[in-house]
Design a protein around this ligand. Sequence first.
Ligand code: HEC
Length: 290
Amino acid sequence: MAASVRADTPGDLQALVWTDRAHAREVLLEQPATCLDPSAATSTVRAGEALFNSPALLGGQAERAGMSCASCHANGRRSQWFRLDGLSAAPGTADVSSSFFAVQRANGRFDPKPIPDLALPGKVSHEPASGELERFVRGLIVEEFSGAEPSVQTLAALAAYVRALRPCPDRVREPRGLAADLRLVEAAIAGAMGLLRQGDRSGAIKLVKGARFRLGLISERMTGREQAKLRRDLLAASRELSVLQEAPVADQLKAWQTRFERKLKPALGKAEPRSLYAPAVVNRWLKAKP
Ligand code: HEC
């Protein structure tokens, strides 16, 4: 089954590339609510979450298209409006044995499956002693998506995140505002520093790339001429990271983070009500689309 990368979206936002057109609004403004197990080791889980959201983890065609684990498993759960021509039947389904991602597991059949919610018990055991989850995730990255072999530390972080996922007791959905994206930038930089401390340079590079990808997602929401300077500043911040990405150094990542928090973060917060993070702006934007 030859899949095309045509995005069925009302606009040209990366955040909507995998979204059923009728549900753009929900996908821009909401996500499934996730409550992480409070007893899990926080820094590892955060690194895992950032890896889960970084297309660089998957490599190849998926990375070029900006796809990460979270494209299908939003907030670790289930992207109910996920849709990609050639990969999905109904929204929320995907054929993960398609030659779109890798020849290795391509089975020549179009057999999309419902995307599972990773916070609920499924086919794959989360029992740490069995190592089944680590093996499954490694298989996904290397065989399903043709990604580079992940390090032991990278796999451990991803598995820790998946194991920590829980439904929230009090809510099903939560807002997907600027705060959610900023949190992922921070998790990526903190995670990169953590992986460097553990000697996982390749994992750290994937996280620096993940932080840059997230900055791009923030930038595309800062629409209009009045936010042009903010977009330039985001681009400059991303360029600084691109230099570090070649040879990440913990101290320099820390210095970047401090600058980001001091300068860009407050400016972004101020702009949020006039950006595509704001429901009223999203409504207007969707109405103006053909
Ligand atoms: C293109 C969409 C897509 C992407 C990207 C994706 N998944 Fe999935 N995932 C699925 C589908 C569909 C299934 C169910 C497959 C099946 O039932 O055979 C699945 C199953 C799983 C399961 C097993 C759930 C169970 O039943 O126990 C885990 C764990 C998982 N994915 C984690 C990940 C991780 C980690 C990544 C990133 C490395 C990832 N997925 C990327 C669509 C996706």
